[in-house]
Design a protein around this ligand. Structure first.
Ligand SMILES: O=C(CO)[C@H](O)[C@H](O)COP(=O)(O)O
Length: 216
């Protein structure tokens, strides 16, 4: 089974971002995960368009942009302009989720929906055929380096059943606390993409750690 790995640059050394992107370019990573936090939807602020554009300048892999922001509709075209290939919005931040998904597709981007640990996967049933990916948050969003929530496995299994029974082609991405201890169980439950921040960037050899996650 081919598992994708998306290193999260949130855990990289922002003073040497170019080196982090070059490491990802030269590694077996499939995409680059970009966490945008607004200090409103989540209790933290990460970075915005100038940093995203700087990453895009060096990136040789698709940018997987995860918007942890309120009112994402206001900024979708700006994220596309800045280089996003996939745009994921939070279900909890979108009162008109179907319209938001349509708007992402109209820009020519892949569309994803992320759900917080308290959000039931059943709520995705009516939009699942419209999605390219679902991010299941396996920590409460806002910070890297948190402990993986064990209930995630059950959510992945339940979501996989919804995807299979509906004929959807959506991929399941897991974000938060991913490491070699939980990767196998996540893949076994139905995960397609693993986001890894601190586990990759705190490793002695980040590129080798990406390969290990993929080999799992
Ligand atoms: O979305 C995020 C936080 O909201 C990060 O992508 C996620 O936490 C990954 O970091 P780590 O692997 O260090 O847990």
């Amino acid at each position: 089974m081919h598992i994708q790995v998306a290193p999260s640059v949130l855990a990289s050394d922002f003073g040497n971002l170019q080196a982090a992107i070059e490491m990802i370019n030269d590694s077996e990573a499939d995409s680059i995960h970009i966490d945008i936090m607004d200090g409103v939807f989540v209790p933290n602020i990460s970075f915005g368009f100038p940093v995203l554009e700087a990453i895009k300048k060096h990136a040789q892999k698709p940018l997987d942009v995860h918007l942890m922001i309120v009112n994402p509709d206001h900024y979708l075209s700006a994220f596309k302009e800045a280089g996003a290939e996939t745009i994921t919005v939070h279900m909890e931040a979108c009162p008109h989720l179907h319209r938001t998904i349509q708007a992402i597709h109209e820009l020519g981007c892949k569309a994803g929906v992320a759900i917080n640990p308290h959000t039931n996967v059943e709520l995705l049933r009516d939009v699942i055929r419209d999605l390219d990916q679902v991010i299941i948050m396996s920590v409460n969003p806002g910070f890297g380096g948190q402990k993986f929530i064990e209930h995630t496995y059950e959510k992945v299994r339940n979501l996989k059943a919804i995807i299979t029974s509906s004929g959807s082609e959506a991929l399941i991405e897991i974000d938060g606390g991913v490491n070699l201890d939980n990767a196998y169980k996540l893949i076994d439950a139905g995960a397609d993409i693993l986001v890894a921040g601190s586990f990759v960037f705190n490793a002695e050899d980040p590129a080798a750690t990406i390969s290990q996650l993929k080999e799992h």
